[in-house]
Design a protein around this ligand. Structure first.
Ligand code: HEC
Length: 278
C-alpha cells in the first residue's frame, strides 16, 4: 500500500462513510417522521386551495358587467364560451411563447416533429443527464466556460423566442377581410372572383397560405398570389379543395369539402383569377 496522498476515490469513500455514520447518529427515519411532516404540509396546501375556492364561490353575489357575479376573488365566471366563433386566435400563456415561436420556425411539415418534440426533448435530456457528464467538482463560474456559455445561450435564445412569440401577429379573420379590397384592385379581380376572395379571407386559408403579403406561411403551403398563372383549372381547384391529399399525395392541407360545391366553385374562380399584381 502506498502511503501517499489519498486518491479522489478514497476521499469520496471516506466522505460517504462519514455521511452514513452521521445519518445513524443524528438522523430520523423516513417512516414515520418525514412522512408525517409531508402529510401535514400536503393537507395544509389542499385546505388553503379549498378555502380559496369556497371564498371565490360564496362571496360572488354582487352583479358583474358580464352577466355573472362579482366576488372577493374576482368574477364568478367571465364571458360564456362561444363554440361558433371564427375570429378566436388561440395563443398560449406567456411562459409558452418560446415553444410557440419555435413551432413557427419549423414550418416545413417534415420538421414539425423536430420543433414540437425533438428540440425540447433533447434539451431536457441534456439537462437531466448533466450530473452524469459533468462530474467535476469545480463550482467557480470562471473555471466553467462551457457551462457558462451554454447557460447564457439558453437564456438568450429563450428570451428572444419569448419576445418573438409575444409580438408575433396572428391575423384575425376580420383583419384579413379588410385586405380584400386591396386584392381586388391590385390583381384587377373580376366581380365574379369577389365572393371567392371574401371566402378565402374567412375560411382559414391564410393560416397556411400567404396572399399579397397577407396571412402566414405554414406547413410548406405555397404563396397563392399568382396561383392563377398555373392555369390548373376550375375543376382541378375544386377537386383539390375537396380532398387535397387525393390530388397531391401526402398533402397536409385539410379537406374543405364541407364548404359545399357552390362555395368551392367561388373559391376556385378566385384562385384561377389570381394572376398576380397588374
Ligand atoms: C393547414 C394548412 C393549410 C390550409 C388551412 C390551407 N392550405 Fe392550401 N395548401 C397547404 C399545403 C401544405 C399545400 C401544398 C400541398 C398541396 O398542394 O396540397 C397547399 C396547396 C394549395 C394549393 C395549390 C395546389 C397545387 O396543386 O399546387 C391551393 C390552390 C390551395 N392550397 C388553396 C387553399 C385554399 C383555398 C384554402 C382555404 C379554403 C387552403 N388552401 C387552406 C396547406 C393549407
Amino acid at each position: 500500500m502506498a502511503a501517499g496522498k489519498p486518491s479522489a476515490v478514497d476521499e469520496r469513500r471516506a466522505q460517504f462513510a462519514r455521511y452514513k455514520q452521521d445519518v445513524k447518529a443524528r438522523g430520523k427515519s423516513f417512516y414515520p417522521f418525514a412522512m408525517f411532516e409531508d402529510t401535514v404540509m400536503s393537507l395544509v396546501v389542499v385546505t388553503v386551495i379549498v378555502a380559496l375556492a369556497a371564498v371565490w364561490k360564496w362571496t360572488a353575489w354582487a352583479p358583474h358587467h358580464l352577466g355573472t357575479h362579482q366576488g372577493l376573488l374576482g368574477p364568478e365566471y367571465t364571458a360564456p364560451a362561444d363554440p361558433g366563433t371564427t375570429n378566436f386566435v388561440p395563443r398560449p400563456d406567456w411562459y409558452f411563447y418560446f415553444l410557440f415561436y419555435l413551432l413557427r420556425i419549423f414550418k416545413w411539415p417534415e420538421t414539425v416533429f423536430l420543433g414540437t418534440v425533438g428540440v425540447p426533448t433533447i434539451a431536457l435530456i441534456l439537462l437531466i443527464a448533466l450530473p452524469f457528464y459533468d462530474v467535476r467538482r469545480e463550482r467557480r463560474l470562471s473555471r466553467r466556460p462551457v457551462a457558462v456559455v451554454g447557460l447564457v445561450l439558453t437564456i438568450l435564445s429563450m428570451a428572444i423566442l419569448t419576445w418573438k412569440g409575444a409580438t408575433a401577429s396572428e391575423a384575425l379573420a376580420s383583419e384579413v377581410i379588410a385586405d380584400v379590397p386591396n386584392w381586388i384592385s391590385a390583381e384587377k379581380l373580376p366581380p365574379a372572383a369577389v365572393p371567392g376572395a371574401k371566402l378565402f379571407a374567412v375560411a382559414g386559408c391564410t393560416a397556411c397560405h400567404t396572399y399579397l403579403g397577407t396571412g402566414s406561411s405554414n406547413l410548406g403551403a405555397p404563396d397563392l398570389t399568382t396561383i392563377g398563372t398555373r392555369n390548373l383549372g376550375i375543376a382541378f381547384q375544386i377537386r383539390h379543395l375537396q380532398c387535397p391529399s387525393c390530388v397531391n399525395p401526402g398533402s397536409p392541407m385539410p379537406k374543405f369539402a364541407s364548404l359545399g360545391t357552390t362555395r368551392l366553385h367561388e373559391l376556385a374562380v378566385f384562385l384561377e383569377a389570381s394572376k398576380g399584381k397588374k
